[in-house]
Design a binder for this molecule. Structure first.
Ligand SMILES: Cc1cc2nc3c(=O)[nH]c(=O)nc-3n(C[C@H](O)[C@H](O)[C@H](O)COP(=O)(O)OP(=O)(O)OC[C@H]3O[C@@H](n4cnc5c(N)ncnc54)[C@H](O)[C@@H]3O)c2cc1C
Length: 396
C-alpha cells in the first residue's frame, strides 16, 4: 500500500501552487467569498476563473484531449482539487454539476454529435448545466418524476415542474429527467435530455436559500418543444444514466478538501485570539475539539483517496461514494458547530460587520451545513445505499 505521490505528481502540485499564487483573482480573497456564495459578482469571478483554467486544459483535466482535457490521471485531479481547496480558489456548484457530473455521463452515453457539441465548450468554461431532477413529489423517490416528455414527430414536448434547481437562472442547459413511458414501471419509463434553458415555455422562479442567496429555483415546463437529438442515451433507459450521474455527484473530492482549509482557519484563529487573557489554543477543551476535527478530516481525506483509487482502476464509485458523502456532510455539521462554539458571540456576525471573524465563513457554513445532508440524496438515503449495496442487507 502506497499513500505517497510520484516525483511527477509532486512536481505537478508545485506547478499548481505556483499558478494559483500568480493567477488567482485577488478579489475573491479580499471579498472573503466562501464556496456557499451565489451573487452576480461571485458568479462573474468563478466564470472568469473557470475560463482561465479551461484555457490551460485544467478545468476538465482528466477528460480526453479531443474534448478539451489533458487526459491526466484522477490522482492529478485530486492534487489539483487539494491545492485549489487549500488556496480557496473561486468555485461554485456549476463547475461540479457541469464538469463533474453531467458531462462525464454524456461522455458515457451521448452520441458523437452530443459529445462534440457540449464537452469542448464545457471544458473551456463556456457552458453550464443545471440539474432537472427533483420535483414537488419526487425527491428521495426520484424514480417518481412526473415531468413528461412526449414524442411528437421529430420532437419531444415537455410539460411539468422541477424544484430546488440550483443555478437554473444562470445555466445554458438543463440535464433533465423526464417520464417518457407513463405505463412502464416507474424506474423503466424515465429518459434523460439536454434542454436549452432559452427554449420557449420555460419559466424559472427564484427560491431564496437560508443564507439569503438566490441559488435554487422552481422551473416550469409548459409545452416546451425540444428536438429529438436532445435525448441522451436510450429512451426509457434513463434511470441507469441518472444513477451513474448520481454516483459521480456523490464522489466529489473537491468539496471535502475545502473543509481542511476551514479547520486550518479555526486553528489560526485560536492561536491569535485570547479569551480571559489566555490564547484559545491553550484551552484543553478547544484542543480536544480541534483534534477530533483533524482526525475526521484525515478520515475524509482517505475516503476521497479511495474514490480516486477506484477511478484509477476504471470503476465507478458506488456505495463508497455514499460513505464519503454522508461522512463529509456530517463532518461539515460538526465543524460548523465547533466553529460556532469557539467563536462564541462573534459567531452570530456575518461578513460586513467589523467584528465578524473569519469573514463570517463559520456563520455561513453553520447555516448551510444542513443542506449538505440533503442535496444529492439525503443522509438517510445514503445510509440505505450503504446498507443494501455495501453490507448486502435486504431492501425491504
Ligand atoms: C443544496 C441543495 C441543492 C440542490 N440542488 C438540486 C438541483 O440542482 N437539482 C435538483 O433536481 N434537486 C436539487 N436539490 C434537491 C435534493 O436533491 C432533494 O432535496 C433531495 O433529494 C431530497 O428530496 P426532498 O427534498 O423531496 O425530500 P423527501 O424525499 O421528501 O424527504 C424528506 C425526508 O424523508 C426522508 N426519507 C424519504 N424517503 C426515505 C426513505 N426511503 N428512507 C428513509 N428516509 C427517507 C429523507 O431523508 C428526508 O429526511 C438540492 C437540494 C439541496 C439541499
Amino acid at each position: 500500500m502506497d499513500f505517497g505521490f510520484t516525483k511527477e505528481q509532486e512536481a505537478f502540485r508545485l506547478e499548481v501552487r505556483e499558478y494559483i499564487k500568480t493567477e488567482m483573482p485577488q478579489k475573491w480573497e479580499t471579498l472573503g467569498y466562501t464556496v456557499w456564495e451565489e451573487t452576480d459578482e461571485s458568479w462573474a469571478i468563478t466564470q472568469e476563473w473557470n475560463r482561465k483554467l479551461g484555457a490551460k486544459g485544467w478545468l476538465a483535466l482528466t477528460w480526453p484531449e479531443e474534448y478539451g482535457g489533458l487526459g491526466r490521471s484522477p490522482v492529478d485531479q485530486l492534487i489539483l482539487d487539494e491545492e485549489m481547496a487549500a488556496a480557496g480558489t473561486p468555485t461554485g456548484v456549476e463547475t461540479m454539476i457541469t464538469i463533474g457530473w453531467v458531462c462525464p455521463t454524456i461522455m458515457l452515453f451521448g452520441t458523437d454529435e452530443q459529445k462534440k457539441k457540449y464537452l469542448p465548450p464545457a471544458a473551456r468554461g463556456e457552458l453550464t448545466f443545471c440539474l432537472g431532477y427533483s420535483e414537488p413529489d419526487a425527491g428521495s423517490d426520484l424514480a417518481a418524476v412526473s415531468t413528461a416528455a412526449v414524442e411528437d414527430g421529430d420532437t419531444f414536448v415537455v410539460n411539468g415542474q422541477k424544484v430546488w434547481t440550483s443555478i437554473a437562472h444562470r445555466a445554458d442547459y438543463c440535464w433533465l429527467a423526464a417520464r417518457t413511458d407513463p405505463d412502464a414501471p416507474k424506474h423503466k419509463g424515465v429518459s434523460m435530455f439536454v434542454v436549452d434553458m432559452k427554449s420557449p415555455g420555460i419559466t424559472v422562479r427564484p427560491l431564496i436559500n437560508i443564507l439569503g442567496f438566490h441559488s435554487f429555483n422552481e422551473v416550469f415546463f409548459d409545452n416546451v418543444i425540444i428536438p429529438k437529438e436532445s435525448l441522451v442515451g436510450e429512451k426509457n433507459n434513463g434511470w441507469y444514466q441518472l444513477a451513474i450521474a448520481l454516483d459521480f455527484e456523490r464522489s466529489g473530492v473537491g468539496g471535502p478538501a475545502r473543509m481542511k482549509q476551514v479547520i486550518d482557519g479555526l486553528v489560526q484563529y485560536c492561536k491569535e485570539t485570547k479569551r480571559n487573557g489566555t490564547p484559545l489554543w491553550k484551552d484543553k477543551g478547544v484542543q480536544q475539539e480541534l483534534a477530533r476535527l483533524a482526525v475526521d478530516a484525515e478520515v475524509l481525506r482517505l475516503l476521497c483517496y479511495r474514490i480516486t483509487w477506484l477511478q484509477i482502476n476504471k470503476k465507478t464509485p458506488n456505495y463508497e461514494a455514499s460513505v464519503t458523502k454522508v461522512f463529509g456532510s456530517e463532518l461539515l455539521d460538526r465543524l460548523s458547530n465547533v466553529g460556532m462554539r469557539i467563536l462564541g458571540p462573534y459567531s452570530q456576525l456575518d461578513r460586513g460587520s467589523k467584528w465578524a471573524q473569519l469573514h463570517g465563513g463559520i456563520t455561513r457554513s453553520y447555516l448551510n451545513s444542513p443542506s449538505m445532508g440533503i442535496g444529492g440524496g439525503t443522509s438517510e438515503i445514503q445510509r440505505s445505499i450503504i446498507a443494501m449495496r455495501g453490507l448486502g442487507l435486504p431492501r425491504k
